[in-house]
Ligand binder design. Sequence first.
Ligand SMILES: [Zn+2]
Length: 234
Amino acid sequence: MRIEEMTAEDWKDVVGNDPVIILPWGATEAHASHLPLSSDTLQPQYIADRIAESLDNVLVAPAVPYGNHSSTKNMPGTISLTFDNLRALAVNILEEFIRQGAKRFVVISGHAGSAHLTALSEACKTVVQRNDAKIMFFTDYDIAERHPGCADLEGDGHAGMLETSRVMAIRPDLVREDRPVGRYVSQGYMIVRDASICFPVGMAGDTARASAEFGQEVNGYIVDAVIEMIENDL
Ligand SMILES: [Zn+2]
């Protein structure tokens, strides 16, 4: 169940059962010409909702729709939090849930930028170190890439075949007709002023092969994997 749809009384009733709280962490980020700015929010939200339907005692916290971005920061529509603000926001939200009685968390990040993931994992560490809480943190992108169908997706990345397929399975109405082909262009060790030059087409991969069927299969694979992780580790 989504916490945003519960009443205060509902929350009071369930928090005593030591529920697992899934916090979908999204982004508002340019995703080339064909995917919505909310792509990185839609994906972890979908995974969280399906897990909450399958497992008892799992609640879905309101998704956070902002992250930290570097290579897409200057593209139209990307709204980037600073590293420090992102880390502080994550600590604040998790500690508020703890103050309200929750102790077990799964934070799923739809965006997989390295600074973004570092800010969130640092936040999770801080919260675990100063509270009686358990937190599991990962990006669903990492699990998706382990799907056997991704084995030959060399060079697929941001807004690529895998991500396009997943969004097509979740919100086909938001995916435009374009099927761009692009690649990540490394700048080596250079620190560049505008990292969008790493994505000349705004994405990486060949989306001509994307399909809702493949996306559905990968989404199901992630749901199953995370259910197992929750049952084993949390
Ligand atoms: Zn994305």
